[in-house]
Each structure stands twice: as C-alpha cells, then as structure tokens.
Design a protein around this ligand. Structure first.
Ligand SMILES: Cc1cc2nc3c(=O)[nH]c(=O)nc-3n(C[C@H](O)[C@H](O)[C@H](O)COP(=O)(O)OP(=O)(O)OC[C@H]3O[C@@H](n4cnc5c(N)ncnc54)[C@H](O)[C@@H]3O)c2cc1C
Ligand SMILES: NC(=O)c1ccc[n+]([C@@H]2O[C@H](COP(=O)([O-])OP(=O)(O)OC[C@H]3O[C@@H](n4cnc5c(N)ncnc54)[C@H](OP(=O)(O)O)[C@@H]3O)[C@@H](O)[C@H]2O)c1
Length: 532
C-alpha cells in the first residue's frame, strides 16, 4: 500500500512536494489554510494573520530560467523577471499540468502534528486539521512542512529607543501594499534588504523625502548583467565556483569587491557593507543607486533614538519631521502546529541539510523551503522535495543522529564564516554547492567528466553555462527526456519576450572580425612592399 504523506501548505514548496510525492508513488494530501494555491506569490490587498503578505509591485529578483522547475520550463513569452501575478500564473500552469489540485484540501488549517503512539516503530504522525470550524484527525506515514518562512514579522522595536514617543505612523514592511497615501511624506525605511530597497524606491517617487537607515550596508546588484542577460545566469556557473575554489582567499575577496563595485562605487553611495567580504544576500535593485543619485533617497546610518517627530542617527545627524517609519527588518519563523518537535531559538533551527530534525527515531518528517540559497529558491526546494520523498519511500537513508548533529554544527560554523551572524542570514547557504549536495543524495548530479566523452557540447554547457535546474534531470531517478533540449533552448526563451519590435537583423559579420582581416592584410602588404 502506498505511503500517505501530509503536505502542510500549498505555496511553491507545497506544490513541488505534491508533485514529487506523486512521482514517487506516494499518496499525498495537502492542507492549505487559505482558499487558493501560491502562498506568498498570491497578492492580496489585505494582510492576513499567519500568511505571507507582499506589496503589489513585487517582481522576482531571480530570473525565470534560473527559477523554473526542472521539468517544466516557463513559457517562452514570459518576461525574464516575473511580476508576482505572472509567478502565480506559472504555478497555476504547473498545478494544472501535473493535476495537483485534486490533492489539496483548501481552507483547511493544520492545527497540530504529533507523533503517533507507536511512532518509534511505525514513524507515523497524527495530523489534526480544522475546516470551517470542524476538527478532523488523520494518520500519515510522512509529513512535509511547507508553511513558509516569510510570515512572522521581525519588528525589533526594543532596538529603537523613543519609538513609544514617536507620533507618526510606523509598521512592518509586510503591511506595505501600495505607495498611495504616502504622497509628500518624509519617510524613514529601516534595513537594507530587498524589501527595504523595493519599498524605498517605490515610495520616493511620491514622497517628499525617503531615508534608508542601514547598520551594516549591503552590496547592490542590477538584474541586468553581461550583454543584458539576467544577472543570475552569469553568476551561477560551475566554472565560477571552480575558480573561487582554486583561487586564494585574498584574490577571491579582491575580485568580489571589484565585481560588486563595477556598477557604482558603494562607498560613494554610503552603501558599502561593513564587512565587504561576507557573501551576504545582495540587494537586487536597478533603481536604488539612481534614486540615491537623484537625492530622492538618502542613506543614513543606524538609528540611535527616535523622538516624537525626528530620528537621531548613530553618526549624530538628525532628520526632523519624519511622518512614517517602515520597518523592513525581515522575518522570524515558527511552527505553531509542531509543538516542541522543531524548536526555533533565536531564529535558529537544527535541521539536517535544512530539512530533517536529526533527533527523530524515524525520518518521516521534513521541512521544505526553510532555506535562503544565494540564488533562486525554487530549484533548491525541488531537490529537497525529491530527496525527502525518496527518504520517505526508503530509497535513501539518513546517517546516524550523531553524524547529522556534527554536520549541522559544521554547516553553521561555515555559514557564519561565509555570510556573517546577522539574523537575516541564518537560513543562508551557497547555491550550486547545496543543489549538488542534494543531487548526490538522490543520484542525479551530472557527471561532467564522463559527459565530456559522450556529449562534449552538453558538458561544456553544464560547466560554463548557467547552473539551471534542468541539469538535475539529465540522469538518475526522475530523469526527464526534455532536459538536454531545455538546456540548449534556454537562450531562446530568454530572448523571446524581448523580441517585441521587428528589427532588420544587422549584418552577422562582426566589425571586429573585419578589422582583424584588414589588419592582417595590411601586415602582409607591408611585408611584401619591404621585399621589393
Ligand atoms: C517579497 C518576497 C519576494 C521574494 N522573491 C523571491 C524571488 O524572486 N526568488 C526567490 O527564489 N525567492 C524569493 N522569495 C523567497 C520566497 O520565500 C519563496 O519564493 C517562496 O515563496 C517560498 O514558498 P513557500 O511555499 O515555502 O512558502 P509560502 O509561499 O509562504 O507558502 C506557505 C503556504 O502554507 C500555508 N500554510 C501555512 N501554515 C499552514 C497551516 N498551519 N495549515 C495549512 N496551511 C498553512 C500558507 O497559507 C501558504 O499558502 C521572496 C520572498 C519575499 C518575502
Ligand atoms: N523583489 C524581490 O524579489 C524581493 C523583495 C523583497 C524581499 N525578497 C526576499 O525576501 C527575503 C526577506 O527580505 P527582507 O528584505 O524582507 O528581509 P531581510 O533580507 O532579512 O533584511 C532585513 C533587513 O533589516 C535589517 N535589520 C534587522 N534587524 C534590524 C535592527 N534591529 N536594526 C536595524 N536594522 C535591522 C537587516 O540588517 P542587517 O543585515 O544589518 O541585520 C536587513 O538589512 C529575502 O530573501 C529577500 O531576497 C525578495
């Protein structure tokens, strides 16, 4: 009999988990407390308690080709960076294609997940849900927690002395929806994550003045990279990772700073990170530097104190007549329905490879999407779900509790070395390294060396090209016949939405090539004229 799996939540993590359960012949039931799929990406005008809430203008900061699911490329005509409504459209297409809706019970909240009395032998869970005031209990062989981690606001008011006296309006970024209502205001945005930057840029078009206060600064990158391609295609390649691994730390640090300052000098803009060499998640924002250049946004240091109407900063400067403070200070996460099964202390959680609680007698409970890779999250979520479903099925096994704990400690230390100790970096991990790690567990990591003999063209693409999710469908369990083609047609899907104006194709004969030929001819002519 197929094993029954409960999936908590029908956001991206839930949908991918459902698909992987079906692929592995498991029997999933997804409980989604709202009326629809999409989680965070389904914009709503109102802010619901216990549900992620985004502003109307959110556009993905990872590109469609790098974010898409491994056996389901995004439609060719989709833009490269997706408005939230477009991302939701993609999830709907995915759910339809793989017929996932039939597994979802909407408006059904998971109230508790508890070990069954015979858990030590069966590994089973008792899941209590509530729908329309009616509680139900059911037994499952496995549980996948897909409830999201951008739900509960981190609002550190205790770090802002005087906030009680402040007479203006203040709120967390998750409350922000539109710029309307903020016309002609003087607004202070706290933090310099992607929320803070997006909101500051949007508000400064209407406000009298926007200030952005950062205690540690941040690197800011454009969505547009080499030759106008999306940044992440150039950023996430196996070749670059290899270079980073073989280069000395001094050279890596030097080149990081060089690359980050190529667009604009962060020091001149007051944005330079306090620790320039941490690989903290960068801000991806095309407009922030230009708005700073216009003077519409002014970068300030940490807030020392607030008064009824003003903000006093660490450097002694004061900004008067502040009307609004937006705390874009990130999120905390918790699992209210799990009791003490997964303990979150100081926003930290001990999970093996960010997924499995190591102390359970049976590996039948997993967290999906509780991660912040230095790249698009969707491919990471997908590989997590592929691995978990194979563990549930007994096709992959986990090491001992002790080994898992050692790994957690080691990983945590490495995380602090690479990304620093900020609360916003607690779930941070490398990108290709993490994908490959999971791929090895599943048996789907492409072997580039052997491909070099069998299919050299593909091997070169995999090594020097963007490390997209299709790479993990070329071999092994879940192999997809379309993967190779998807890799070779990627450029087409990137350029298609840009071809909105008919342009006569310019001569394909490059001028530089012509100059080289002419130069060569000149050398030959000069040589023969010397002989005469
Ligand atoms: C503004 C913003 C923009 C982002 N942009 C990007 C981006 O461009 N690229 C990228 O890679 N990542 C991005 N992220 C990261 C983001 O977390 C992921 O993209 C993704 O949405 C996470 O999906 P999820 O399914 O894990 O969680 P969610 O989308 O939050 O979904 C969780 C679901 O679980 C349901 N649920 C919760 N608790 C229960 C319960 N007890 N019972 C039943 N149902 C429950 C919720 O209703 C919800 O539907 C962004 C994050 C934010 C905040
Ligand atoms: N367009 C998009 O795609 C988009 C938009 C928004 C968000 N996102 C994603 O969503 C996730 C959450 O982003 P986020 O910006 O909401 O949160 P975040 O990345 O966690 O950033 C929080 C910011 O608040 C600051 N902060 C926290 N506590 C503070 C305190 N006590 N005093 C002063 N500053 C404080 C942090 O500074 P320190 O670093 O100094 O701690 C950081 O700059 C990220 O993964 C992000 O990429 C994506």
């Amino acid at each position: 009999m197929a094993k029954k799996v409960a999936v908590v939540g029908a956001g991206v993590s839930g949908l991918l988990s459902l698909k992987c359960c079906v692929d592995e012949g498991l029997e999933p039931t997804c409980f989604e407390k709202t009326e629809d799929i999409g989680g965070l990406w389904r914009f709503k005008e109102n802010v619901d308690d216990g549900r992620a809430s985004i502003y109307q203008s959110v556009i993905s900061n990872t590109s469609k080709e790098m974010s898409c699911f491994s056996d389901f490329p995004m439609p060719e005509d989709f833009p490269n960076f997706l408005h939230n409504s477009k991302a939701l459209e993609y999830f709907r297409l995915f759910a339809k294609k793989f017929d996932l809706l039939k597994y979802i019970q909407f408006q059904t909240t998971v109230l508790s997940v508890k070990k069954h009395t015979d858990f030590a032998t069966s590994g089973q869970w008792v899941v209590v849900t509530e729908n329309n005031g009616k509680e139900q209990s059911a037994v499952f062989d496995g549980v996948m927690i897909c409830s999201g981690h951008h739900v509960f606001p981190h609002l550190p008011l205790e770090s802002f002395p005087g906030i009680q006296k402040f007479k203006g309006q203040y709120f967390h970024s998750r409350q922000y929806k539109h710029p309307e209502g903020f016309e002609k205001k003087r607004i202070l945005v706290i933090g310099i994550g992607n929320s803070a930057s997006d909101i500051a840029v949007e508000l400064c078009k209407k406000a009298a003045q926007v200030f952005i206060s950062t205690r540690h600064g941040s690197w800011v990158m454009s969505r547009i990279s080499e030759d106008g391609y999306p940044w992440d295609l150039a950023f996430h390649t196996r070749f670059k990772i290899m270079l980073q691994n073989i280069m000395s730390q001094t050279v890596v640090k030097w080149s990081l700073e060089k690359v980050m300052n190529k667009w604009f000098n962060h020091e001149n803009y007051g944005l330079v990170p306090q620790n320039k060499y941490l690989l903290k998640e960068p801000v991806i924002n095309d407009d922030l530097p230009s708005r700073i250049l216009y003077g519409a946004i002014k970068v300030k240091s940490r807030v020392k104190e607030l008064t009824e109407t003003s903000a006093i900063f660490e450097d002694g400067t004061v900004e008067e007549n502040i009307d609004v403070i937006v705390f874009a200070t990130g999120y905390t996460f918790s699992f209210p329905f799990l009791e003490d099964l997964i303990k979150v202390e100081n926003n930290m959680v001990s999970l093996y490879k960010f997924i499995f609680p190591p102390q359970l007698e049976k590996s039948t409970l997993a967290c999906i999407g509780l991660i912040q890779p230095l790249g698009p999250i969707f491919p990471a979520i997908e590989l997590q779900a592929r691995w978990v479903t194979r563990v549930f099925k007994g096709l992959c096994t986990l090491p001992s509790e002790r080994t898992m704990m050692e790994d957690i400690i080691k990983r945590n230390k490495k995380r602090i070395d690479l990304f620093g100790e900020s609360k916003s970096q607690i779930l941070q991990t490398g990108y290709i390294s993490y994908l490959d790690e999971l791929a090895v567990e599943i048996g789907v990591k492409p072997d580039i060396l052997s491909l070099l003999l069998k299919d050299p063209k593909l091997a070169v693409k995999l090594y020097f090209g963007p490390c997209n999710s299709y790479q993990y469908r070329l071999v092994g369990p879940g192999q997809w016949n379309g993967a190779r083609n998807a890799i070779f047609t990627q450029k087409q899907r990137i350029l298609k939405p840009l071809k909105t104006r008919a342009i006569k194709t310019s001569s394909t004969f490059p001028v530089s090539f012509l100059l080289k030929i002419l130069g060569l001819l000149a050398v030959v002519v000069a040589f023969f004229s010397q002989l005469q």
